[in-house]
Design a protein around this ligand. Structure first.
Ligand SMILES: [Zn+2]
Length: 149
């Protein structure tokens, strides 16, 4: 364990404690300083969340409930879930399954997405599930819809 000083991608300097075998430390140090510094990361996190609130408004998504910070964070998570995560999963399923199943897959996926948008308006719902994959949502909501037990 040792302290390493360096310059982050944002230009701020700082020091970090790096653990693990000596041979990995240089790589870890490089990786750490290739990122924004902790303060800039925090700032960017809030800025991105506030942007998500604006985007959600523009998309006409239902407003989320919770504290201002929770709502902002949850909006960023929700946009990712119903956007990129949804698209990636759909693309994957369509590439894996037979063409005759595609309409069914598309409609099922759309139902899940719409169900999330319409019914999940509590900020904590998204924050609690920030590590979920889209498949986790499919499984959980499939149960709520009575598709599976
Ligand atoms: Zn910085």
């Amino acid at each position: 364990m040792a302290w390493h000083e360096g310059t982050y991608a944002c230009g701020h300097t700082g020091r970090v404690q790096i653990y693990g075998p000596v041979k990995d430390r240089e790589w870890k140090e490089k990786k750490e300083f290739s990122r924004l510094c902790p303060d800039c990361r925090k700032k960017k996190f809030y800025e991105d969340n506030l942007k998500a609130v604006q985007t959600a408004k523009e998309m006409g998504l239902p407003e989320l409930t919770g504290t201002e910070k929770q709502v902002a964070w949850a909006n960023a998570i929700r946009l990712n879930v119903i956007g990129d995560m949804y698209k990636d999963r759909l693309e994957f399923l369509l590439s894996e399954r037979k063409p005759e199943l595609h309409d069914q897959i598309k409609s099922g996926m759309e139902q899940i997405r719409n169900y999330i948008i319409k019914n999940k308006t509590d900020a904590s719902y998204f924050i609690d599930r920030r590590d979920y994959t889209f498949t986790d949502f499919i499984n959980e909501i499939g149960r709520e819809l009575g598709w599976t037990k």
